[in-house]
Design a protein around this ligand. Structure first.
Ligand code: NOJ
Length: 486
């Protein structure tokens, strides 16, 4: 055993069940590249990345990690890393280039994913498929504003989902409708830093509602027309970090920390998991946003409530939350709360990484897992967790073929977070999966190629996007060997 494994509490050995799912997650736009190959249509991120000043390093995802060509080698590598499952997303515009319900299907795109799925199954890696990981077909945005038009968008999303269930559902048993709908709405329609780059005080709430309702209809479709034969499951994955009161003795900060979680997580989770038997947005959101927050019709409540039987959890970090004085501004989307790096006693939230919002904070993750379990009481599937490493991006690229990149900080991050997850499991929190973000260094949206989240180093300067394993890939495998009952 490595020195790191020896630091685990021996009582945690074998604490996770033998069928526990673990593996790696990626997203199409971040790894595939080949954005114009074999009939693929553009997505809003392709267009957005070409606008000046939108992406930190001025890059586009045109070639990304060359995953469209290296998928077979990548799966072999994943096997070598010991992964039991792989969570990836489908590029909607690779499958239906114009996106719409009456638009033609790109059979080459369907074939690409079909081959990928077959190869995963051949290697005994279970595919988990996300239908929507932020890359709306550009044509739908141009046609009717994408998610701003709930009716037209939902019809198009339903047809895309149906096609995916028809073509892949014989082999795919784990479906995720949306990845981080909150981020799509906040970053894309309030902050304007993600595609399509709007800064509005009404649109985020409309876009959030469209995702919830269309998620509900897709779940209904799956459960009615496919699940009886295909016997898979369907869920949604939410983003959410932990918010700790800046001053735990100040009730206003205690409330602010709770409100921050409701604005981030409760926004989607309360309607889906039916708080108090109701399908509605948190009261704190209604109080601040009034009728800018849409109302669920009876029909929408029926499809949204209980649509997802498990909680898909993406989480990375924790912040200190301090109440803001005075009435919230109209453009506020966080619950009138300020997020800080230190609490009132100067205690930092955790060691820094290469990414401004991300600090290593396993203490917050431990609290968040319990908060979700206490509030919603449904099994938790961890669908993303991971880190960048300070200085890794500027650090020297590996020189020799097969060289292993040393990343002790990332290994420590996984060690600390997994230990907290295993403890929560031992206490009775039902946790079904853990997917590390990410298998490869990849295109981190508006941060371009500057934030390396992978357990595999990608040499972006090389024509092939050559990969090198990082040490943390082997550490993660060792940790799961320790935690999972043999
Ligand atoms: C959330 C997103 O799902 C993923 O696309 C992103 O790269 C990671 N978190 C890291 O920011």
């Amino acid at each position: 055993m490595s020195p790191q494994v020896l630091t685990f509490d021996p009582k945690l050995q074998g604490s996770l069940p033998s069928d526990f799912t673990w593996g790696y997650a990626t997203a199409a736009a971040q790894i595939e590249g080949a954005w114009e190959e074999d009939g693929r249509g553009p997505s809003i991120w392709d267009t957005f990345s070409c606008l000046p000043g939108k992406i930190r390093d001025g890059s586009t995802p045109s070639d990304a990690c060359n995953g469209y060509h290296l998928w077979k080698e990548d799966i072999a590598r994943m096997k070598e890393y010991g992964a039991r499952a792989y969570r990836f997303s489908l590029s909607w515009s690779r499958i239906i280039p114009l996106g719409g319900e009456a638009d033609p299907i790109n059979e080459a795109g369907v074939q690409f994913y079909s081959n990928l799925i077959d190869e995963l199954i051949r290697k005994e890696i279970t595919p988990w498929v996300t239908l929507y990981h932020w890359d709306l077909p550009q044509a739908l945005y141009e046609r009717y504003g994408g998610m701003l038009d709930k009716e037209r968008y939902t019809a198009d999303f339903l047809r895309y989902a149906r096609l995916c269930f028809e073509r892949f559902g014989d082999r795919v048993k784990h479906w995720i409708t949306y990845n981080e709908p909150g981020l799509t709405a906040r970053a894309g329609y309030a902050q304007g830093r993600n595609a399509p780059g709007h800064a509005s005080d009404t649109e985020p709430w409309i876009v959030g509602h469209t995702q919830l309702v269309s998620h509900g209809y897709v779940c209904e479709l799956y459960k009615g027309d496919f699940q009886p034969n295909q016997k898979g499951c369907i869920m949604i994955t939410l983003d959410g970090n932990w918010y700790e009161p800046w001053d735990e003795k100040d009730p206003r900060d205690v409330e602010a920390a709770e409100r921050a979680k409701e604005f981030e997580i409760g926004w989607f989770a309360d309607p889906v998991y039916g708080m108090d038997g109701e399908c509605d947005y948190p009261a704190s959101m209604r109080a601040q946003l009034g009728d800018r927050l849409p109302h669920f019709t009876e029909e929408e409540k029926r499809v949204v409530q209980g649509s997802s039987e498990v909680y898909g959890m993406n989480s990375y970090t924790a912040f200190y939350a301090r109440h803001l004085q005075g009435a919230p501004s109209r453009s506020d989307y966080r619950g009138n709360v300020e997020f800080l790096n230190e609490n009132c006693n100067g205690k930092p939230r955790g060691p820094e990484t290469d990414t401004h919002w991300l600090r290593m904070a396993p203490w917050g993750w431990a609290k968040l897992i319990r908060w979700i379990w206490a509030r919603y009481g449904v099994p938790i599937c961890i669908t993303e967790n991971g880190t960048t490493v300070q200085g890794e991006h500027e650090g020297p690229a590996p020189a020799a073929p097969g060289e292993i990149v040393e990343d002790p900080f990332r290994a420590e991050f996984f060690r600390a977070y997994l230990a907290e997850m295993a403890k929560a499991y031992q206490e009775g929190v039902v946790i079904k999966s853990y997917f590390a973000w990410s298998f490869l260094d990849n295109w981190e949206w508006a941060l371009g190629y500057t934030s390396r989240f992978g357990v595999t180093w990608v040499d972006y300067a090389s024509p092939q996007k050559t990969r090198y394993a990082k040490r943390s890939a082997f550490a993660l495998r060792e940790y799961f060997d320790f935690f999972i009952a043999q």
